[in-house]
Design a protein around this ligand. Structure first.
Ligand code: G4P
Length: 514
């Protein structure tokens, strides 16, 4: 793809079943990236049972190509990063969000904002990632549009600006009114019969429909917010689109506006200063590692987000963490159904690098000049913990290797107890343990023994000495991968009790907002 084109790099986040896959398919279709819908994913990540997930693991070909998708639209190169829908993998989604410039939030109009995904929306909000909202399933009887806007404003504490407005919903869906140019996308079951018509010329509306729309327009004008691109790109206001991904209605207008509203690559913080995308020095960071692309080889692909300068195939780069120099001969960009060799990539682009075990999630790569390091990926606080050992002590070599590699990939978090160095795994949800167990067995031939613990909260010790702390079932002292002291608590009560007794110790969630 051309290097002069503007880049718009985004991820879609949604609650499982809200319509993320369907919307992605329709967007790709409009961009001409896939010939027919239905090829984006083998399975819907939101709905799988454990066994399905294992199948997905086996069919890496499918899940990997859908990790990053590219399309060109209106002279803009759009990079779409996929995120797993299942809440047990929200840490994965969280890391992916560090690599995008915009997030698209898909909301089911029947359900509104759902609790499980609220956390992720809040992450975007707190990090100032611009959010575009697509309220989906307009072909169903959903919540009132005004109520949906109010819900977004209240739960995310951000302003909304409706870009279009539904005329009827469900069976009575007549169209969507476009606020910017006073036109209506007239709905019809038959896609060929749909047209965009100036509002005054729409003939199909009943008087009561017109009146309802007029009333809503007036309300929005009087009580609504003023449109501000600046606020949108600062993540303080979300433009809201209504539509139906399944019926492919409203998706075109969404995409047309998306290319205007989504943020271009912005300066990013590394080693305490801001690195501009147009700085000459190449730099980027690894936000995701995916292993097992080919079950016969333990090859992995590291996903690099280019932040400044340009990436060129064959170039020599330095890994900031170790100072190691490497030649980048095998690099790929991803299309919906193909992998292509990438020769040159610009800020905002995602490149897949073959990795024989050099990279860790969060690593910075540079070409020459000053060694900078992009800010550490904040850890997502795990909520479940388990002690883990190998069933067969003879396999300790594979056991350690497997754990080390899977932790580098970010599959799971690893902690160690002081002195004895027992391994404690931390996960956001049970499924993460199961995937870990499965992969240890399949890829490293190690059977694991898990002892689930009663602790549910992790807090990083930011001030004070806890080395004398006696661990018990209420609280436990462990060290994270970087050797930092972390306290695991059984529940909120145990945490508060500890804080009351030890006011000199300062604790942090490891993640700004929880
Ligand atoms: P996800 O990736 O967010 O999990 O959602 P996905 O696109 O897989 O959509 C979840 C379900 O919602 C699918 O139905 C899909 O067809 C449906 N859906 C998506 N967009 C719309 C829409 O605009 N209107 C309506 N009415 N439904 C929509 P399913 O029955 O679970 O799967 P399928 O067998 O239809 O694929």
């Amino acid at each position: 793809m051309s290097e002069e084109k503007q880049r718009k790099t985004f991820a879609i986040i949604s609650h499982p079943d809200a319509g993320k896959t369907t919307l992605t398919e329709k967007v790709l279709l409009l961009g001409g990236s896939i010939r027919s819908a239905g090829t984006v994913k083998g399975k819907k990540s939101g709905q799988f049972a454990t066994s399905d997930w294992m199948d997905i693991e086996k069919q890496r070909g499918i899940s990997v190509t859908s990790s990053v998708m590219q399309l060109e639209y209106e002279n803009v190169q759009i990079n779409i990063l996929d995120t797993p829908g299942h809440q047990d993998f929200s840490e994965d989604t969280y890391r992916t969000l560090t690599a995008v410039d915009t997030a698209v939030m898909v909301i089911d109009s029947v359900k509104g904002i759902e609790a499980q995904t609220l956390k992720l929306f809040k992450v975007c909000r707190m990090r100032g990632i611009p959010i575009l909202t697509f309220i989906n399933k307009l072909d169903r009887e959903g919540k009132e549009p005004l109520d949906l806007l109010a819900e977004i404003e209240e739960t995310l504490e951000m302003d909304t600006y409706p870009m279009n407005w539904p005329i009827g919903t469900g069976k009575r869906l007549k169209g969507i009114y476009n606020l910017s140019d006073d036109t209506v996308d007239v709905f019809s079951e038959e896609a060929e019969e749909r047209q965009i018509v100036p509002y005054s010329e729409v003939e199909s509306l009943e008087t009561y429909e017109r009146e309802a729309l007029e009333e809503d327009k007036m309300l929005l004008e009087e009580a609504g917010n003023d449109f501000s691109l600046e606020q949108i790109q600062a993540g303080e206001m979300t433009p809201v689109f209504f539509g139906s991904a399944l019926a492919n209605f409203g998706v075109q207008s969404f995409l047309d506006q998306f290319v205007q509203l989504a943020a271009p690559p912005k300066p990013r913080k590394a080693s305490g200063r801001w690195i501009s995308p147009d700085q000459q020095q190449f730099s980027g960071f690894i936000f995701k590692i995916q292993a097992n692309m080919n079950p016969n080889h333990r090859d992995r692909i590291a996903f690099l987000r280019v932040c400044s300068g340009s990436f060129e195939r064959g170039m020599e780069v330095t890994l900031s963490r170790t100072g190691k120099k490497m030649k980048m001969n095998q690099s790929h960009s991803f299309f919906a159904s193909d992998r292509e060799t990438v020769n040159r990539a610009m800020p905002g682009d995602i490149v897949g690098l073959y990795d024989s075990g050099n990279f860790q999630v969060g690593d910075t790569l540079i070409d020459r000049g000053e060694k900078i390091k992009y800010e550490e990926m904040p850890q997502f606080p795990p909520e479940q913990f388990a002690k883990v050992t190998a069933k067969n002590a003879m396999k300790h070599k594979q056991y350690h290797k497997g754990i080390e590699q899977l932790v580098q990939e970010g599959t799971i978090q690893l902690y160690k107890t002081p002195y004895f160095e027992d391994y404690i795994l931390g996960a956001v949800g049970e499924l993460q343990f199961q995937v870990f167990e499965h992969r240890m067995k399949q890829e490293y031939n190690v059977d694991l023994e898990f002892v689930h613990m009663s602790h549910e909260l992790a807090r990083w010790v930011t001030k004070g000495d806890v080395s004398d702390l006696v661990s018990d079932h209420r609280k436990m002292l462990v060290n994270d991968q970087q050797g930092r002291a972390v306290l695991l608590f059984e529940n909120d009560f145990a945490l508060r009790w500890f804080q009351d007794k030890n006011p000199e110790i300062e604790l942090s969630t490891g993640w700004e907002i929880l």
